[in-house]
Design a binder for this molecule. Structure first.
Ligand code: MN
Length: 365
């Protein structure tokens, strides 16, 4: 055999992010999703740990789609805890079929689906031997997702609930009031009432869901009763918050917190301060440090910044343009020292001087 001239193998074209306004493409994606699911018997639909409403709703919505349209068993689960009062109310008021992954009765599923997160992000509770084969997420696409048998990532949607609602619509499934309310609240909370990182698909699904939702239930979810510890945590956060760069940014080390979700909640609250460009909050829960960054400044990318700073410290990080978070195991480091290191790194990234900053709330005389 001679040396046959080798023809260069053409590079595969780069994968184009899905277009969530194209109905034909949507039906085609639904067909693929169901084809992958039908090769299995029992699906586990998993969200990221300490799930937010968007994660909970999209997990329940995908499990509903799989059971109704692919005819397979599907259960939804999450790792970590649901501690924020609104999120607890979401599960309780709507009786959503989602359980802590540790409490799953049987683990004999043969299909693992991930929603609102992606393989290798590291913020979900799955044995490393279990490979997610179906991934739906509105966060920027990660290379590992493209190896899943079905993946819908990197497209334009402000919430994973929007993507799942689109699949339900394409499958001609009308969710009952409980699921519709959850998906609606998922879209509403992830886009901050359609005001942040919102896409036309979000508005379209929000409007489609609105007539289906249970309005009194939604009101009970959005205005829940909170424990006294909630006020104590806020009080401490306000007292400890420090302004930097003449009010350009605010950082707060909340100390140890009673639920991890209070950290993003406080970051979210602080970023509404007049004239502020960014807020950063940390708090520890069960030997892990939680960090949340919120930006008003659209020239920077919160997700990228948090990944760059927190990944080298052994943390898992995620997020997008205006909001991002990370979870870092303390591994013997004290919470205040790790927080201080992180604050210094973020101040550098924002081109501000290191230092103690000024109190947000001046001490009462
Ligand atoms: Mn989300």
């Amino acid at each position: 055999m001679g040396n046959a001239p080798t023809t260069p193998v053409p590079e595969p074209p780069p994968e184009r992010p899905p277009d969530h306004s194209d109905r034909f493409a949507l039906r085609e994606r639904l067909r693929k999703l169901l084809a992958v699911a039908r090769n299995h018997k029992r699906a586990l639909v998993l969200t990221h740990d300490n799930p937010d409403p968007d994660a909970v709703a999209s997990a329940c919505g995908l499990a509903f789609l799989l059971s109704q349209s692919a005819g397979i068993e599907a259960s939804s689960a999450y790792g970590g805890i649901i501690g924020r009062a609104e999120n607890k109310a979401l599960l309780k008021v709507l009786h959503l079929p989602i359980v802590p992954v540790a409490r799953l009765e049987s683990r004999d599923h043969d299909l693992v689906c991930l929603v609102d997160t992606q393989p290798e992000v590291g913020n979900y509770s799955l044995a490393s031997s279990e490979l997610p084969q179906l991934v739906i997420d509105h966060h920027p696409s990660r290379p590992a997702s493209l190896r899943a048998a079905f993946h819908d990532v990197g497209g334009k949607a402000g919430a994973t609930s929007t993507m799942v609602t689109q699949y339900l619509r394409a499958a001609r499934l009308e969710p009952a009031a409980e699921l519709a309310t959850a998906l609606f609240y998922g879209i509403k909370s992830d886009t901050r009432d359609l005001g942040r990182e919102v896409e036309s698909a979000d508005i379209d699904c929000y409007n489609w869901l609105f007539p289906l939702i249970d309005k009194p239930a939604l009101s009970r979810i959005e205005h829940p009763a909170v424990p006294a510890r909630y006020f104590a945590a806020y009080h401490r956060a306000y007292e400890r918050a420090r302004l930097h760069g003449g009010g350009e940014g605010v950082v707060v080390d909340m100390g140890s917190v009673y639920v991890p979700e209070i950290v993003p909640e406080v970051a979210e609250k602080l970023v509404s301060l007049e004239g502020l460009r960014w807020s950063l909050a940390t708090g520890s829960y069960k030997s892990e440090l939680y960090l949340s960054l919120r930006l008003n400044d659209r020239r920077m990318n919160a997700g990228k910044l948090v990944r760059e700073i927190c990944a080298p410290l052994g943390g898992s990080a995620g997020g997008h343009g205006a909001m991002a978070g990370a979870r870092i195991p303390l591994r013997g480091r004290t919470q205040s020292l790790l927080s201080n290191d992180l604050f210094a790194a973020f101040l550098r990234a924002f081109h501000l001087k290191a230092g103690a900053g000024a109190p947000l709330v001046p001490k009462e005389p």
